[in-house]
Design a protein. Structure first.
Length: 113
């Protein structure tokens, strides 16, 4: 019997507003979970995406967060003990000279939530 594997799924939602506005923005998240195989993992990613859907009224307009798709689905293996999630590029908000020295050991990370 094959053991369960870790999978990483990037899931994309579209936030849609009734009327002229249409697509307001995209929302994307990364989920890491165990599954028996790729097909089961894909179904699980779809379930996660469907659970993330929502709708509400904003004045007289309907707003819906709709599952747009599972963007990526990667197998991470069976014995993984740590995971990295690449969050992409971020444009700088100010200038840093090439000579700038970073001090990662001197900064205390804040909690995400």
């Amino acid at each position: 019997m094959k053991g369960r594997e870790w999978f990483e799924a990037r899931i994309l939602w579209a936030v849609m507003v009734e009327g002229k506005e249409g697509l307001r923005h995209w929302e994307e998240s990364v989920h890491i979970f165990l599954s028996d195989d790729r097909e089961t993992a894909f179904q699980h990613a779809l379930e996660i995406g469907r659970r993330g859907e929502e709708s509400y009224e904003e004045g007289q307009r309907a707003v819906e967060k709709r599952l747009a798709g599972v963007v990526t689905l990667d197998t991470l293996g069976t014995n993984a003990t740590e995971f990295g999630v690449n969050l992409g590029l971020k444009k700088p908000t100010g200038h840093l000279a090439f000579e700038h020295v970073f001090d990662p050991e001197g900064s205390i990370p804040s909690p995400m939530f």
